[in-house]
Ligand binder design. Sequence first.
Ligand code: PAF
Length: 299
Amino acid sequence: MKVAKTPDEVRKIINGFRKTGEIIGFVPTMGDLHQGHLSLVKMALEKCDRVAVSIFINPKQFGPKEDYARYPRNEEKDQSILEELGCDLLFIPSVKDIYSTSGRTRVSVKDIPEHLCGLFRPGHFDGVALVVAKLFNIIAPDMAFFGQKDAQQAVVIQRMSADLNFPVRIFLGHTIREENGLALSSRNRYLDSSAKKRAASLYKSLSNAFRLIKMGERNPKEITARMKSIIESAGLEVEYSEIVNGKTMKAVGEVSGIVLMAVAARLGGVRLIDNIAARVENDRVEEVLLEFPEWSGYE
Ligand code: PAF
């Protein structure tokens, strides 16, 4: 596996891959890799000739009171895991490498960030869109892979890539969970085992919502109230419990079409999110990924 620190080094390596017409897959991460990341890398390895992974904890997507300074860093371990998996290129830039210029350009997707996490993390999705646009320009991947766990982020990135004509196809991977249902996240490191048990209430609330929809409930208010009460009973403070349109992230008046059941809650100082997406057509209800190929930069 080649390791590059600067955009110039990455470009040279990628140009080498391109000369022989190889398809390049890209998995952007903030490191401290867990099985959720690794499932994306494995998906990329299956679909692409070469796979690049980036590890960059992007300061621009953290608010002033958020956990940028203490975000888990584990580069050596990450590097050996990626090497073992058969990844071709690891890009580990410094903040200076990514934000070396005057920084006057913004990348801001309209509307989608006005819901769910965007309301509680002002500027977060601008920070994500900016860094992902930069990484796409540096790596120029044919395919990029993101986790459904950060569904709103994935939709922002799909929209941004299509609007800015990045010739990249975005793929989503399923959320990987612990046995009790807790979605894997680097932030789970902040939780001890009893907190992890309580944190599983997020998935419990979503599974319950999915069951209610399967049983025919179509009123989002009924369902989101149940979601909230399940999480609160476990002693967490709920930020939101919503059912939104899978493309716009706007709360729905009736559960129908592609919807996302999404929750965010705080446990101690730790913010946790989770979601399930479903296609609801009359009596047919099935779990889906929020993947919108028609938003790909190819169209
Ligand atoms: O999901 C993440 O790890 C980050 O938000 C991403 C996509 C790598 C951008 O910094």
